[in-house]
Design a protein around this ligand. Sequence first.
Ligand code: CA
Length: 225
Amino acid sequence: MTFVLVVEDDPAIVRTLTINLRARGYDVEAVGDGRSGLQAVDERPPDLVLLDLGLPDLDGVEVLRRMRAGSRVPVLVLTARHESDDKVEALDEGADDFVTKPFDMNELLARVRALLRRAGGSDEPLVVETEHFRLDVTERQATVGGEPAHLTPTEWQILEVLARHGGRLVRHQELLREVWGPAYARETNYLRVYMSQIRRKLEPDPGAPRYLLTDPGIGHRLRTT
Ligand code: CA
């Protein structure tokens, strides 16, 4: 399980981050000051750190500097608008990316995924290629029969989750949680609607799907052969 360490002293932000990250299957630990953050990195190396720059004890940039002395863990910095000088300094000290508060949760999650992808050594774009269509999931570009096709952001999110599972079954609840969030885990009718939309766009015969398969009552998978 991917382990994300959150170093942030604002309880409301910690709560939002924790809920959203856990809902997407990340293991999350949150600490409220810089020293605890450094200690946590030593004790249990995270896969990614979300680091607030305005911490009560140490300056976030100083935390980053000390972290970087012993670790190459990807660090996504959270900054307030008035901290833009610190942001530049943080990037100099080896921050991998930053978001400015108040941030959009979907954007933050997209950056988290991008950093983890990079850190996983796979700069490889996520591409799905079949006899009938090609999906560059990373770049959000689709061609069907060689012609560009348009997919909506939600359709892409569904396809990304399925593609990441490489043909394995993804349960309805997991797919709903990842795409719509935890409150929607039972809304299987959403999936029915979107899967049929995607099939109409990608499948040669949408009524007899060859690639976007449903295991009734269980989940979906994306087959590429
Ligand atoms: Ca703060």
